[in-house]
Write a protein that binds this ligand. Sequence first.
Ligand SMILES: *Cc1c(COP(=O)(O)O)cnc(C)c1O
Length: 394
Amino acid sequence: MSNWQELEHKYFMPTFERIPITLVRGRGARVWDEDGREYLDFVAGWAVNSLGHCHPEVVGAVTEQVKTLIQASNSFYTVPQIRLAELLVKNSCLNKVFFCNSGAEATEGAVKLARRYGKLHLGGAYEIITAKGSFHGRTLAMVSASGQSKFQQPYTPLPAGFINVEYSNIEAIKAATTSKVCAVMLEPVQGEGGVNLPDNNYLATTRAWCDQKGILLILDEIQTGVARTGTLFAYQQYGVEPDIMTLGKGLASGIPIGAILAKDRVSVFAPGEHGSTFGGNPVACAAGYATLKFIIDHDIGGNVKRVGQYFATGLKSLRQKFKFVTEVRGLGLLLAIEFSHDIARQMMTACLDGGLLVNKLKPNALRFMPPLNIGNKEVDEALSILDKVLSSQL
Ligand SMILES: *Cc1c(COP(=O)(O)O)cnc(C)c1O
């Protein structure tokens, strides 16, 4: 254990099960540890470094903004947040934006917006239906929203008003819909919960059900948004439009940001009803604008589709070759492989030794979420490391 790691144990709350390497530098799809060892990074800050580490466009925009205006309160207009809001609206089906600092704050704010809508238009309905296995963040309310008992059990009693139902099962949503429900909140593809894809018509039938009942559909695109799945937003691949959408993770290439987007009709916050000190911070929004503009102008979504397909095909050949690889799943550059038994930890460690960073998704599954602008060459490199690592299991 290095000096830094000893100090971490001394001073930091032990909330993270850290992997024993200390990263000090990143460039593109690569990072370096304190001993100068290089790794190909298929974790990308947990699906955050959309354009890789320290992309020149992002570094340029942030540097310029840091020299110009770092923070002003939301009592005033500032230019970067308006530019980013306009870019988001012009490239999505939504009309209004609110910025915050993280994913959890975005989903929490989306829930507040839905409750506000419920008070104004649905006779005070306030309950939100969410899916089992979902992940919406770590605040107390979002732990209650996230349908995973491991996040909930340590903190009971939980804030009320969330109903966790089986994912990808429209009947479960229908059964839970009472006059107290104001919204359904879903991830188009469940990220933290296991890279779980919905059945083909799940989102469309949920949309139709929400319309029929007059309740809102919130899509949490914090992980799937900003081209991660091959379109700017995942909803575009499922033929539905949300009433509210949340973004975070990859939006600003690593500068903390979150966003709530809503249709005009649903944008019901009145002055003073929601707020944030740092939300819409000029530096974060400059990074967000540079990231999103680059992604749109360079059709990074198209790259994600092509390279994601190539990567998935490569992973499927590994499944053919190794019987203990039981499944390959995902969309775009959000992919996972599952094993027949709980070997993900040792596989992850072996990948590290081979120079590849991957995420242990579950005891028996690994997740890959590389930068969105990688090419087939990086995928080949990752596949060859994986091939060696899996071979050593035989
Ligand atoms: C990561 C994530 C969040 C929480 O984001 P934080 O920035 O960690 O608060 C919420 N929803 C989804 C779908 C996520 O993947």
